[in-house]
Design a binder for this molecule. Sequence first.
Ligand code: NDP
Ligand code: MG
Length: 426
Amino acid sequence: MALKARTGRPKPRPREGAGRDPSEGPGKPVPLSVLGITGSIGDSAVSLARCYPDRVRVVAMAAGRNVEKLKALVEEFRPEIVSVRGESERSRLLELLRESGRGSCPEISIGPGGLETVAAAGPEGTVVLSAVSGAAGLKPTWAALKAGRRVALANKESMVLAGDFIMPRMGRLVVPVDSEHSAVFQALGGTLDAKGAERLILTCSGGPFFGRGADELERVTSAEALAHPSWSMGPKITVDSATLLNKGLEVIEAHHLFQMPWDRIRVVVHPQSVIHSMVEHADGQVTAVMGPADMRAPISYALGFPERWPLLGGGGAKLPGYAPLAFDGALTFAEPDRRSFPCLRLAEEAGRSGGGAPAVLNAAGEVAVQAFLRGEIGFMGIPRLMGECLHRLGAAKLLRLEDALEEDLRARSLALQLLNGMRGRA
Ligand code: NDP
Ligand code: MG
């Protein structure tokens, strides 16, 4: 649901790579390739595909290691092609599919190359939901764009590492899925063009530790960090929501997606997660997009754009477990605390530094969060490790997409080395 000023804006035009003209009604289902189908965003996409087979048909899927879950999805959706992490996962998937003997096997590709193959597969008009977690999502996102696919982009790391490279070349094919960026996209009237906007205001739930000081945060556990108050997501992004690194990555994502200068992107803590983000217009009026804290809303919007799917049931199937907003409480706003949550500040600084700094920030963050989840470092060890990597590696100049991936590898290797020194001091 969007609260919009009545400006008589022209109807948004479908973006390139779109499956069909919305004026023709649901018609034929749009072919969909889901990268990261076994994850949290993947679950939401599967739920939508089950409920709206007249709108979307899963034709390709990529997973990592969760072969059992993938096998069930292959049997349900019968894709033409799938990919998994490596040879052992492919053998296991083949074995499971043969054992159950339910129909023919899809083509199975493996590794990073397999992800890219799935990203570019499918018939003309296939939409790609890019939802692998981490920097591993960049190459397949790029492969999908190069193949001329519309990309519903959940993988924010693609923008963080290579937004400068992707947006000028392929931005016309990207529709945001991240809830904040989807909200901004909607508040702008269904476009990434934010020229008329004064500021983008990204909302932030504050995570489970909102209001706590740095000293207290030294002692929080991974179980506490994984208990997000309003969103259910994969483990990496859930910890990032607790450190506010997620919001920092989203500031960088917004800068690239909407070509917005750094000093015109503001972060506001809004613990109720009802407003998903806002656009402040030149006249000071603000368009806010509100809705259920359920990723199926922005995913369906990106898949169907410019059409909205009837998730509430009007004239179509009602999405199970999807509840409309209750309008039963206060909406509050606060400034984020960048002293107790230094990851937000580190990300904003890395974004402004540009070049390889965002890739370093992200890689160090991925290593640090895994170490925190394994109990090897404390919660505040995450920003310490990231800060040290940024300090040592700086902002290398990037000329090609591959340069961002090289920075990613350099930062991972340094972060692992530094981690050895930090272990035991957790
Ligand atoms: P999850 O951890 O739940 O899922 C990650 C998915 O990526 C899984 O399918 C996993 O496969 C797959 N995967 C990970 N690494 C690889 C690899 N190297 N090769 C192939 N597949 C791989 O993550 P989320 O769904 O939470 O997040 C996905 C992306 O969407 C992230 O970039 C996140 O920032 C973004 N996002 C997520 C939101 C959410 O609500 N969850 C909201 C907004 C953005 P497997 O499990 O089979 O190993
Ligand atoms: Mg988000």
